[in-house]
Structure formats: structure tokens, C-alpha cells
Design a protein around this ligand. Structure first.
Ligand code: ZN
Length: 463
């Protein structure tokens, strides 16, 4: 009697156990999609489809694109794919026969986990997407006609339907700024060609929309070649003995003076160049300057822009570097005026440049004042044209009291000559703005066009 009850109980337990085991097997969630596809796709859109199995591994994965009731399989993988699968997919709209408008991205997946019943014949996730095949509208309004290596220029353009637009010079993207009435949609970019810009390197305008569609235009500027001087600098022990401890205080006593100097002249110089590029992005979105830039009164030029300098030590050449500014000298500790109106973007020591001030004039245009003995401004100060920034000196790698002066466009050093010249500014900055029908920069208005023939003006007057 008791044995019989035990058998029944055991049997009952086996049935309940089996049913609950099968129930658990059935209830384990299947494959989930962890994909985050873009909202909009263009001509060619890469994306990654990610699937993950809750138990076991992914056994089958499929990506489909559905538009107007037609489904196309974009990718399919089968086999032991592992717990988590990442499938790179490139959606090529033309090849898939997609039209502009709505579409659905479907992700199908199946695991290898045994279940009593399978319902795999459906998408595990669907994502609505929009197909956009129209490139942004990009219109070049005007550009500086003649540009030179180590020189600047201006491009005005209009763009619509783009997420971003940029001017590209030699692979480097230069930012642009909205200018003129907001409804006009016009943008302006200052361009800078590095001193070693090679002929044939294109100047391009590009725009890209959210779908990744791009538009580009060549900037029709003509390159006028420019030659740069060379010079030789004799390194004296007296100079090294003074400058090395100032610029490389961490030098081990065993390191020869010349080696320490080369570290300063190469690594610290490169560091300062990187810092100039970085500071070039801290700029006002409108021009702060007016008219031509000024240079210190009664100062003489004794070194030029983009001069290649050979450094000689005990009769042999030990280094070669390019000088990115003008060296201006007058009396010791003479006042250093701000070349134009702006805001102080940097004030402090800058490796080989010693005590340095950088003034931002907006749109990426900046001026740099180096080797100062004293700095009288701080970051964020608004300065007027001619306002004293500090005094000249010999800090940094300076032989003798002078001002090292640079003009930078997006952190690229360009010749200060152009910006000292009112006529250059009118012809190269004012003129393209005028041709584009955009507001002029005060004191940089393009000269009026030559007078029209008399007959025409007579006729107009008669009307
Ligand atoms: Zn210099």
C-alpha cells in the first residue's frame, strides 16, 4: 500500500518536473537585436548590426531592407556564430533599388538553444529609416582670386541641407562662419596656405548631410608663387649657457648643452606649433578687427617670415628650422601694441617663444607677440588697436631684445605683410565679400568699381 503511494508520488514528481523544465526551456528569451541604425541613410551608408543570444549561441542572422512591400536580404550569416554577433553592413541605395522616402530595416535572428516549440519565422527587430539621396546644395559665392604660399584669402559660399560644411586645404579642414542676414544662409571662411604649400594641392569646399551625401566645389583661386629667404645662425656657447637652463630646467647635468638645445629647438618648437593650432580654434564667430593691422612704431625688420634657418655650431650645421614671423626691433623694452582690435586668447610662457600674447581677431585670424619681458593683459581681455600688450624682451629663444610677431589663420602662420597692407586687405578680403553681396568689414571695404562709360550713366539719368 505504502509502496504504491510512493510510486504514484514519484511519477507525479517526474511529470511536474518535466513540464516545468520544458516550460522553462520554452520561456527563455531568444536572440535580441542591439543595433542602433542611423535615422537617415544616403547613397552609401555603413552600419553595424549587433545580435545577442540570451542562452546558447546565435545560429542564424539576417538583415533585410523593406520598401514598398519589397524585401531585400542585405546580409545573412549561419552556423555557430557565438553569443554575440556583429555584422558590418553597407547599404547601397542604388544597388538595392531604393527610392527616397520611408523604408524599414528588419533584423532576423535565431539561437541554437533547444525549445519544445519554435517560432522563428519573424523579425526580432524593425527600425524605420528614411532614404535621402539628395546631396546638400552648395553654392560658391566668391573667393580671393590670387593666393600665395604663406598667404591668406577668403571664401564665401551658401549651403543648405547640410549638417556641416568646410573648406579643405591640403587635407586640413578650415572652419567657416555664418555671415550676413540669417535667411541668406551665407558662410565665410578665411583660408591659409602654409608657407610650403605646393602647386596642385587643391582648395576645396565640401558639405555633408545627415545621410552622408556630399557635395564639393573647387575654389577657383590662382596660386602666385613666392620665394622665401634663408639665413644662418651661429650658436655661441654663451647663448646656450644662458638659454638652456631657462628653457630646459629638467636637463640632467651630464647632457651636453648642444643636445639640450636641439631638444628645445625641435621638440619644444613642435609643441608650440601644436599649441598655436589648438588656440586657433578659440576664435570669435565674427570679425573683431577693423582696417589694416599696425606694427610697433619705429621698429625695424631684421628677420622675415618663412625664413629657413641653418643653425651652425663650431663650424657645422646642427639643425634647420623655419621662422614663422617677423622680428621687429627698436629700443629695449619698447611698448608692444595690439596690431588690431580683438580679445586676448593666450598670455604666458610658450616654450621657445618665451612670454607670449596671442590676440584673437575673429574668424580664426590671430596675432602673436613673443619674447616679451612683461605682459600687461590676461586671457579674455578685450583690446583696442594700438593698446599696449606688454614690453619687448629676450625671453624664449631670442638673441637680443626684439618682438617676434606672427599672423595666424586657424593656427597656420602666414605673412604679416598682407595684413599690414590696406590695399591687400581691400583686394583680397573686401572684394570677395563685396562680390558675394555680403556685409563689408569696417575699414576693409573693397574699392569701388571703375566708373561706368558716360553714355550709360547719361541714359540712366535721363530716365
Ligand atoms: Zn622671430
Amino acid at each position: 500500500m505504502k509502496t504504491w503511494l510512493l510510486v504514484v508520488l514519484l511519477l507525479l514528481l517526474a511529470v511536474v518536473g518535466t513540464v516545468s523544465f520544458l516550460g522553462w526551456r520554452q520561456s527563455v528569451p531568444g536572440v535580441v537585436s542591439l543595433t542602433a541604425p542611423p535615422r537617415i541613410i544616403g547613397q552609401k551608408t555603413p552600419l553595424t548590426v549587433t545580435l545577442q543570444a540570451s542562452r546558447g549561441g546565435v545560429a542564424r542572422a539576417e538583415v533585410r531592407l523593406v520598401q514598398g512591400g519589397k524585401a531585400t536580404v542585405v546580409a545573412r550569416q549561419e552556423g555557430a556564430l557565438g553569443r554575440r554577433v556583429e555584422i558590418p553592413v553597407t547599404l547601397e541605395s542604388a544597388a538595392l533599388g531604393l527610392r527616397e522616402g520611408g523604408a524599414t530595416l528588419e533584423v532576423w535572428g535565431r539561437d541554437d538553444f533547444w525549445r519544445p516549440l519554435r517560432f522563428d519565422d519573424r523579425a526580432i527587430a524593425t527600425y524605420p529609416i528614411t532614404v535621402d539621396l539628395t546631396p546638400p546644395r552648395l553654392e560658391l559665392l566668391a573667393a580671393t582670386r590670387y593666393v600665395s604660399p604663406g598667404g591668406a584669402g577668403l571664401v564665401a559660399f551658401r549651403v543648405s541641407g547640410a549638417l556641416r560644411a568646410a573648406v579643405v586645404v591640403g587635407g586640413r579642414e578650415l572652419p567657416s562662419f555664418a555671415h550676413g542676414p540669417a535667411e541668406g544662409g551665407a558662410r565665410v571662411a578665411l583660408i591659409a596656405l602654409p608657407w610650403d604649400h605646393q602647386p596642385g594641392v587643391p582648395l576645396t569646399l565640401t558639405a555633408q548631410d545627415e545621410a552622408g551625401n556630399t557635395a564639393s566645389r573647387a575654389i577657383p583661386a590662382e596660386l602666385t608663387p613666392r620665394r622665401f629667404p634663408t639665413d644662418t645662425i651661429e650658436l655661441q656657447d654663451a647663448f646656450l649657457t644662458t638659454k638652456v637652463p631657462e628653457l630646459l630646467p629638467q636637463r640632467p647635468p651630464s647632457q651636453p648643452l648642444l643636445d639640450a638645445f636641439l631638444t628645445i629647438n625641435r621638440e619644444q618648437r613642435r609643441w608650440a606649433e601644436d599649441e598655436k593650432r589648438r588656440l586657433g580654434t578659440t576664435t570669435a564667430e565674427k570679425p573683431l578687427w577693423e582696417g589694416p593691422f599696425v606694427q610697433p612704431k619705429n621698429s625695424k625688420v631684421f628677420a622675415n617670415f618663412a625664413e629657413t634657418r641653418a643653425y651652425m655650431y663650431q663650424g657645422r650645421e646642427v639643425d634647420r628650422q623655419v621662422h614663422y614671423g617677423y622680428d621687429l626691433a627698436s629700443v629695449k623694452q619698447s611698448p608692444v601694441p595690439a596690431a588690431n582690435t580683438g580679445v586676448v586668447a593666450f598670455a604666458g610662457p610658450l616654450t621657445i617663444y618665451g612670454n607670449t600674447v596671442i590676440v584673437d581677431h575673429g574668424w580664426g585670424l590671430q596675432t602673436l607677440y613673443a619674447h616679451l619681458s612683461r605682459i600687461d593683459v590676461k586671457v579674455g581681455d578685450a583690446v583696442e588697436k594700438g593698446q599696449e600688450l606688454g614690453r619687448t624682451g629676450t625671453t624664449g629663444l631670442a638673441i637680443g631684445d626684439h618682438l617676434h610677431y606672427e599672423v595666424l589663420v586657424h593656427g597656420v602662420s602666414v605673412t604679416p605683410l598682407e595684413w599690414w597692407d590696406a590695399r591687400w586687405i581691400r583686394d583680397h578680403i573686401g572684394k570677395p565679400l563685396k562680390e558675394a553681396g555680403l556685409p563689408a568689414i569696417s575699414g576693409a571695404e573693397a574699392a569701388d568699381e571703375p566708373a561706368r562709360p558716360a553714355t550709360r550713366s547719361t541714359r540712366r539719368r535721363a530716365r
